[in-house]
Design a protein around this ligand. Structure first.
Ligand code: DX5
Ligand code: ZN
Length: 223
């Protein structure tokens, strides 16, 4: 499948005292999107940043803000994150549960590309009837909540299943992605790679992004 591989550094692993410079560092290193992890202390046991910070980031961002919402009641928040300056929004299927169709509509009303995330225990089967209305599926490769966790290879089956079903949208992987795990993500069919610890701790972020792309570039030569 010839689709470009996109690299989205997760700013969760950056130095928050220098957020603007860290964004500029990602941009200079050749990133495609800024991955912004919003955690509410309820859906996940961690609290990160919210609307005012997203709005501030938008003022300096030269790349799209890919906002990953790990929050309860995601439908209620869609318009507010869109207004704050998100360029893409992704919410968790588990957070919407029975209200998923209504939540999906709320996200579509923002006019932004809509992503739906699933944590490792959640299958992709519940998404299947809706895939024609989902721009991106985020297959979490760790349990949402913290950076620096180890990649869970068993979730790769979900990526393969989505592609087997003919899903042609973006498939993002997030959690424990590095130069060793990125090729496995790409081989399974993922085309958007989020990496926090690996990229922000790398001595040379551009080279590290190059590693992810090189590991993920094999498909580009495949017809
Ligand atoms: C985890 C977040 C991730 C996290 C990835 O809940 O969604 O985006 O920052 O961090 P690493 O790449 O360190 O696993
Ligand atoms: Zn994330």
């Amino acid at each position: 499948m010839a689709r470009p591989v996109l690299i989205a550094p997760s700013l969760l692993a950056s130095d928050f005292t220098r957020l603007g410079q860290e964004m500029a560092r990602s941009e200079a290193a050749g990133a495609d999107w800024h991955h912004v992890d919003v955690m509410d202390g309820h859906f996940v046991p961690n609290l990160t940043l919210g609307i005012p910070v997203v709005a501030s980031m938008k003022r300096v961002a030269k790349l799209p803000l890919d906002v990953h919402l790990m929050i309860e009641s995601p439908a209620d928040w869609a318009p507010r994150y869109a207004e704050a300056g998100a360029d893409r929004l992704c919410f968790h299927y588990e957070a919407a549960a029975d209200a998923f169709p209504a939540a999906l509509k709320a996200y579509h009303r923002t006019g932004l590309p809509v992503g739906v995330a699933v944590n490792p225990p959640c299958g992709v089967e519940p998404l299947r009837p809706f895939l024609d209305r989902i721009d991106m599926v985020l297959v979490m490769s760790v349990h949402a909540g913290f950076g620096g966790q180890s990649f869970l290879p068993e979730v790769l089956d979900k990526v393969r299943r989505l592609r087997d079903w003919g899903y042609a949208g973006d498939i993002q992987m997030d959690g424990g992605v590095d130069d060793r795990t990125a090729p496995r993500c790409r081989e399974a069919g993922a085309n958007v790679l989020v990496a926090g610890t690996y990229l922000f701790r790398a001595p040379d972020m551009a080279a590290a992004i190059g590693e992810l792309r090189a590991g993920a570039a094999g498909d580009s030569t495949t017809p």
